[in-house]
Design a binder for this molecule. Sequence first.
Ligand code: MG
Length: 158
Amino acid sequence: MRVRVGQGFDVHPFIDDPDRPLVLGGVVFDDPRALAGHSDADVIAHACADALLGAAGLGDIGEHFPDTDPAWAGADSIGLLAEVARRVRAAGWEPGNVDASVVTDHPKLAPARTHMQEKLSAAVGAPVTVKGRRPEGLGALGRGEGAACWAVAVVTRA
Ligand code: MG
């Protein structure tokens, strides 16, 4: 069996927009702030997608879903992640698991962790785990200016 690993990273800035939902790991949080971006700006789904694409040698999310393409404006990133998993399988690789570390000052992620993991795992068709970390006041993330996520994925082929 061949095994490959991929790494993904994403970051989006917070904005004050009460009309825009804050989406992390496919879960909508009740929060007055939102993450800015062309799609729904779900940093967790995006980092997981890039990790899977990297593991399969398929480039990155920007190549697959260009932010200049109006088709992806406001896109549901859980749907993008499911499409990425489909393309990974089409290339002959089976997702093994994905593990993500989110760094953000808010919102509190722990209460939604199980729900996020369920949504992400369903999209990938393999276990996705999410760990939240606070930036302890350091830098832009510590000032609450944005949220970042790192993810690692394993794919296999017989
Ligand atoms: Mg992104």
